[in-house]
Write a protein that binds this ligand. Structure first.
Ligand code: NDP
Ligand code: MG
Length: 386
């Protein structure tokens, strides 16, 4: 039986690469649900190629266009946020790939877990915001959450067969982004075009900026806490500019396991889709005889403040990670719209951490409320700066 996959955010960087994996392994997988926000043209093209059971476009303005283009096919077409949340309940799917960017992915991920769909999780913001609720629901429903993020996939792969061995710590690697080694003076004037040029990965705009500010690594620290049930002091970040070692796990006997490969997101995606089997791929192989030179350095959290802020949020707990996530989404959007400079991203987040209401034991509703409140606060801060 083929595994039937829903891809939430099929038109994005992770979404299109997931479809590539499915295309190359059509004997194992079928794409049964595809969703986009507003990129109707790409969604239509994908639907005509993969002939899914249903598609959802959350931007309701695009509904007519998608509906008309697919009217000759036996494909259900839905629109709006509620449809996105409900579509994951479908009996036609076994696994949901969460490839939507940001807080917008939370509701559908949670509903998929409640309906016992296996999760391949790319949408890290969901775990950053509500990791306690997501993991609790996954446990209660017996739902596996397979990491798609390359670092977490690496850790997951290192932990295979180690179930009786407690983890001493994990070492998350990061490339350091396009501004590694730069001074604050330099960063004050960098442009969005420079920030969008990641040295090793081609990704969506939001995560590319997060990589440049090191917020991506900060979000990944919080993501790792929830996925692997770790304390903050068990999570170390090290900069490894070559992006070949995707992360490492250290055990009680001092042994360290690492997972390596050339940077290609289709590898962790294929691992999540095919687990526990490794799929045969034709991706280029890493060659150790080719002058390989691995280097490592400490992240500079004085210059890249966001990583320190994420650790601080994790230590404070409660809704603080939700606050930094919302502030970050707004600040990154403002940077991408040329409203604030690069260094102001961290400044906005820090101010939101001091201003937004702290809740020690938040409910799901509290997370939604806190997300809304922080977005308003952050927009005010940005307005005052202009
Ligand atoms: P993209 O921006 O490339 O794609 C985002 C997808 O989500 C698109 O399909 C987009 O639709 C859809 N979308 C955007 N906003 C909404 C919304 N409000 N409601 C519903 N759908 C929406 O992002 P990435 O693929 O880069 O990232 C997706 C997730 O994966 C993020 O959480 C990121 O952190 C994580 N990730 C990404 C990696 C990468 O290599 N790209 C690596 C590791 C993790 P449309 O195209 O119509 O706008
Ligand atoms: Mg990553």
């Amino acid at each position: 039986m083929k595994k039937r996959i829903a891809i939430l955010g099929s038109t994005g960087s992770i979404g299109t690469q997931t479809l590539d994996v499915i295309r190359q392994h059509s004997d194992l997988f079928t794409a049964e649900i595809l969703t986009a926000h507003s990129n109707a043209d790409l969604l239509i093209g994908q639907a005509l190629e993969f002939l899914p059971n249903a598609v959802v476009v959350t931007d309701t303005d695009q509904y007519e266009k998608v509906k008309t283009a697919l009217q000759k096919q036996d494909i259900k077409v839905y629109a709006g946020e509620d449809s996105l949340e409900q579509i994951v309940e479908s009996d036609e799917i076994d696994m949901v790939v969460t490839a939507i960017v940001g807080f917008a992915g939370l509701r559908s991920t949670l509903n998929a877990i409640r309906h016992k769909k296996a999760i391949a999780l790319a949408n890290k913001e969901t775990l950053v915001v509500a990791g306690d609720i997501i993991m609790k629901n996954a446990k209660e429903n017996g739902v596996p959450v397979f990491p798609v993020d390359s670092e977490h996939s690496a850790i997951f792969q290192c932990m295979a067969g180690e179930y009786h061995n407690p983890v001493e710590k994990i070492i998350l690697t990061g490339s350091g982004g396009p501004f590694r080694g730069k001074s604050r003076e330099y960063l004050a004037n960098v442009t969005k075009a420079e920030a969008l040029k990641h040295p090793n990965w081609v990704m969506g705009n939001k995560i590319t900026i997060d990589s440049a500010t090191l917020m991506n690594k900060g979000l990944e620290v919080i993501e790792a806490k929830w996925l692997f049930d770790l304390r903050p002091e068990q999570i170390e970040v090290i900069i490894h500019p070559q992006s070949v070692i995707h992360s490492m796990v250290q055990f009680a006997d001092s042994s360290i396991k690492a997972q390596l490969g050339l940077p290609d997101m289709r590898l962790p995606i294929a691992y999540a889709l095919g687990y526990p089997y490794r799929l045969k791929t034709s991706f280029p192989r890493f060659d150790f005889t080719n002058g390989a030179n691995f280097t490592f350095e400490q992240p500079d959290t004085k210059i890249f403040r966001n990583l320190a802020l994420a650790y601080e949020a994790l230590k404070q707990g409660g809704n603080m990670p939700c606050i930094i996530n919302a502030a970050n989404e707004i600040a990154v959007e403002a940077f991408l719209n040329d409203k604030i400079g690069f260094l102001k991203i961290a400044a906005c987040i820090e101010q939101c951490m001091l201003t937004a209401a702290f809740i020690k034991k938040p409910t799901l509703d509290d997370y939604f409320q806190s997300d809304r409140e922080t977005r308003i606060i952050c927009k005010e801060i940005i307005k005052k700066q202009q």
